[in-house]
Write a protein that binds this ligand. Sequence first.
Ligand code: MV4
Length: 421
Amino acid sequence: SVVIFSEADRGSAYLELADEAICVGPAKSTDSYLKIDRVISAAEVGNVEAIHPGYGFLSENAHFNDVCRSCNIDFIGPSPEAMEMLGDKNLARDLAKSANVPVVPGSDGLVSEEADALKVAREIGFPVLIKASAGGGGKGMRVAANDLSLQSALQQARNEAEAAFGNADCFIEKYIERPRHVEVQVLADNHGNVVHLWERDCSTQRRHQKLIEESPAPNLPEETRNAMCDAAVRLIKAANYANAATVEFIVDQENNFYFIEVNARIQVEHPVTEMVTGIDLIQAQIRVAAGEQLWFQQSDVPQRGCAMECRINAENPARNFQPSAGRIDSMYVPGGPGVRFDSHAHAGYAVPPYYDSMIAKLIVHRSTREETIKCMARALAELRVEGISTTVPFHQQLLSDSTFSEGRMDTTYVERNLLGE
Ligand code: MV4
């Protein structure tokens, strides 16, 4: 294994685990991890056969994916074509419709004129949500509650999308209030085999940053779960997609589910799925990229017990989640049956101020949701990260919140109820 690092990441634990580590430049990611020529040069120097792009930086960059192909380096992920198509939220929505996957009622394709927007909004009813085709993860969205706000919302969404993505294209959907976020993990090989690995509920989030993810989704009817997982497989088949994908849905208060977007990469929360299915998703990605057939069938994929992940960030929840970079003076990691701790951090490590503030993922797997919550609370109480602030106290608050423990979270709950904002 060969890993790359920036000058800010010299102290990170993953460098010690790899056979070889190559520096790709200074701390600033636009001068290192995001510089395609530097990453490819490192791959050539390391004489690698394949690149695993992880879940940040260039992981969903179809151009980088295509450059890898030109250089005869296997990109461990979907083809550049599938990645590019799904990166366009409007095209992905069209594909979903053609695959008989439910989408939120809305415009039939792009809307650029105010008059067309008004026509759609009057058909589906207010409030509506304007979404940028090039957006995703919450960027480039605007809610409109009436005719008057619709015209400014459309203009703002288009301007913002043009500035952020160089593409003003927008479409319109009915705005679903207080939805849950449920996503389906899918694996596909290059031989036409596609299986799902069940769902994850990621409703516990703040400002589009997930805090806790879990599988199974609590209080999701069995027939809804199965219909959603089958829909995700249909969509990935229709996209002619290989490797790991996550199909994102929102679920309304009547348990109707609607396709939102596809994440064409492995996600931060994949360990939750690994725990309930027993399948090593990164190994599966590598084997599929090497041309292997999936070695198991849909009926061989269990969803055993309950797994939950808390994202531990170097942030101060008492100060509006302000990033807290600096040296970790000491660290104690919990363990025991069903407790997993994925991290690059360690005592003596300095959290750099340049990147995402996630320093660890604490994952717990037990037979029931109640046991998992209890075990997670115990593990969080045992975890010590001294010298910086972390989100651990906020996780403890979440676990003891009755809305959370009763499995009634939605994507707006944290901001509406747990923050004095
Ligand atoms: C929505 C929605 C309500 N109605 N679409 C936000 C991120 C992007 N993946 C899609 N998102 C949403 N789309 C309709 N028609 C609410 C959200 C949304 C959301 C979705 C998933 C997880 C967190 C969220 C937080 C705010 C809004």
